[in-house]
Design a protein around this ligand. Sequence first.
Ligand code: NDP
Length: 303
Amino acid sequence: MTQQTALVTGASSGIGQACALRLARLGWRVFAAVRNPAAGEALKQKHSNITSLILDVTDEAQIRTAVEQVGKAVGAAGLQGLVNNAGIAVAAPLEFIPIDELRRQLEVNVVAQMAVTQAFLPLLRQGHGRIVNMSSVGGKSVVPMLGPYSASKYALEALSDALRMELMPSGIHVAIIEPASIKTPIWDKSLAAADELERKMSPKAQEVYGVPMANMRKLAVASNRTGVPASAVAKAVTHALTANQPKVRYLVGNARGRVQTLANLLPARWRDRLLVGMLWREPKNRLKMKPMGALHSSCRIQS
Ligand code: NDP
């Protein structure tokens, strides 16, 4: 059997690295796309089936070069898998998030995913390949302070659904992976970025959103601690690339993630009250909610 080839974006760490390694161990030839050459070198040392390439998914010139590089290597066999995994998580209250940060979130997690997909589609058509898009449980339900990240993953879900239908007649499957809490460096990176954003925010922002931001930070630390290993996601990605009947969506993760998805089944106002009650809770601050009928996603915090 001829060797299958896949490209994995954001392969320097976490889920991307786990996917690259799992596929390589299964005999696939893997193009592990990274931004930092040192990360690429380290990956190449881990398995001989791995070739690294430099790819910032927001850089059109780098995308073109990557397509040329992969195209030359695979020739007429084309590409059998594209794993759109690269991503960032921006956490901040929407009232105060610098608009450039919101743009950056959407650029990396949404627009760039489509730029990479468009560029590699000719090779995927040639190789009768499949596409796997890394969404999140955050693409199914949203929590306060994570609006930018969830907006990006909701958008990725919509694009993936449209793409799957558009490519169905061509026999190219598009699978969506929805991880819950996975133990990867993304938590520390987004906590550091959130701290940086918070430092730049006005005293007013601190006054209004200090409590929920602190609670979100605690939740992020806990999620990282209790998260499942990235290998669980890599297993789902492999299924999406190899199964005779791949699923459309793969929910991967611990009970908390499933609860987050299930919370979506609650009536919207109940869900809002639950989340707001949880995040704005602070010993010194008593949350005074309006009666249910009058609640317009608003609340008052009394010291
Ligand atoms: P990591 O931070 O470990 O991995 C993110 C990867 O994306 C890194 O390789 C990073 O590269 C890369 N990346 C970031 N920006 C760019 C860019 N502009 N161009 C190319 N690569 C880029 O986190 P995860 O492994 O957790 O995240 C992988 C995916 O999984 C993301 O899409 C994330 O949203 C999703 N996910 C993760 C969950 C979790 O709990 N961990 C839950 C749900 C979804 P570099 O090292 O250069 O920064």
